[in-house]
Design a protein around this ligand. Structure first.
Ligand SMILES: [Zn+2]
Length: 99
């Protein structure tokens, strides 16, 4: 789980997942309210995984799988990615370069 670089407290899975859904470029620490940013490495990881869910859906559509099943597959893979993302996230208190 990510750790706040300002107050040093660890974020819980729920707090991290909530902040990831908001899709802003900054994540506010639930403990000290200071803005935190994803490290370049963490951004690369989450950026790649964000494309995985729609990709899975397009592949299943291309293979002639039922649209409803594809949609369910998309939802499941999205939830799965969201579920594991907090484990790969690292925080920094400085807004770094984009890549
Ligand atoms: Zn903090």
């Amino acid at each position: 789980m990510p750790k706040c670089q300002n107050c040093g407290k660890k974020w819980t899975w729920g707090q991290t997942a909530c902040r990831l859904i908001t899709l802003g470029d900054s994540l506010r620490c639930p403990h000290c309210r200071k803005e935190q940013f994803l490290t370049a490495a963490a951004r690369k990881k989450t950026g790649t995984s964000v494309f995985a869910a729609p990709l899975i859906m397009f592949i299943s559509v291309a293979f002639g799988i039922d649209p409803f099943a594809s949609l369910a597959l998309f939802a499941i893979s999205f939830l799965f990615i969201l579920g594991i993302s907090p484990f790969f996230i690292e925080l920094t208190d400085e807004r770094g370069p984009m890549w």
